[in-house]
Design a protein around this ligand. Structure first.
Ligand code: ZN
Length: 117
């Protein structure tokens, strides 16, 4: 289990755990979307099994985003004790934008690990 979490975080191939899934990580500041390899460079495992395969990863991404937003809300309201929620809302929104590329990458990797076979 620990290995799966580690491999997902590192973005390695769900089949051989050696090859990389992403050619380019992309990033919000670089204004670049992450770029995937079509096949694993080590074992030639096909990442996108069919067109639209990664639409389902949007649900994973959505769950990650909601989880992070709730966690961040609890943390911020505990640490800063703001009088109103608007400042917290702005900080959460900024963090979510910053994390969006990370979430996009990791949700696709999680999706592949969920439906490996
Ligand atoms: Zn592989």
């Amino acid at each position: 289990m620990g290995n799966i979490v580690k491999n997902i975080c590192l973005g390695t191939c769900p089949n051989c755990n050696k090859g990389k899934v992403f050619q380019e990580k992309g990033g919000f500041l670089k204004l670049k979307l992450p770029k995937m390899y079509k096949n694993c460079t080590v074992c030639n495992y096909k990442f996108e099994k069919e067109p639209g395969y990664f639409y389902g990863a949007m649900y994973v991404s959505y769950m990650l985003t909601v989880g992070q937003a709730i966690g961040l809300y609890l943390l911020l309201s505990y640490v800063f004790q703001f009088g109103n929620n608007f400042q917290i809302f702005l900080m959460i929104a900024a963090t979510m934008i910053g994390l969006s590329f990370f979430n996009m990458r990791i949700s696709r990797v999680i999706w592949m690990y969920l439906f490996k076979n």
